[in-house]
Design a protein around this ligand. Sequence first.
Ligand SMILES: Cc1cc2nc3c(=O)[nH]c(=O)nc-3n(C[C@H](O)[C@H](O)[C@H](O)COP(=O)(O)O)c2cc1C
Length: 197
Amino acid sequence: MDIQDTPSSFEGRLLIGATGSAAVAMLPMYIGALRSVFRGSITVLMTRTATTFLPAHTVGLFADRVVTGEEAATWPRENHATLAAGHDLTVILPATANTLSVIASGAAPNMLTTTVLAATHPVAFFPVMTGEMWGKPAVQRNVAWLREDGYHVYDPASGPRYDVVTGEFIDSPQPPPPPRFIEIVRRLMAGNDASGV
Ligand SMILES: Cc1cc2nc3c(=O)[nH]c(=O)nc-3n(C[C@H](O)[C@H](O)[C@H](O)COP(=O)(O)O)c2cc1C
């Protein structure tokens, strides 16, 4: 066993899809926490909106590889087919209402949604949005459709946080605490059920 390894460490080829929620600013913290036990590779695939909240080169300081799909010159080696085939698990953190809707409808307007459509490996969503958005029937309908289609969708945790849209500290849906996120990734990477985590 390597000196860095612990009995609980795990491996795999992880693809993190990052979408345009302000919570994407927390992504480096999640990747850093993952690194404490995850010995595999981490690719981050960002939507165009995600890169307006957090520059891709900043994510590149934490991930092994960052893909935006914006540079056509990279398409021969980095495209939806190579990204889908080159990973064992995709987790979308944070997942916007927009991306949930697009994937629930089977559309593929960008590299991330096309990769999810092309993937045969498990895909998990960690939605983050305001409570008003999360409570809308259309959003809940999309979540139900995604689950029916075999995707894993994890309800956001609720708790106090600073909301960048309202400028207030409110009880609002938010991403799972890093330890819970890591446990879900560990179980899904091993092909196990992570619904009760
Ligand atoms: C300041 C700000 C914060 C936002 N936060 C969220 C959010 O937390 N969740 C969400 O679903 N949409 C949020 N949006 C809206 C998304 O950015 C918008 O729907 C965008 O089209 C999502 O694109 P994507 O899904 O391709 O990344 C926010 C927009 C702004 C301007």
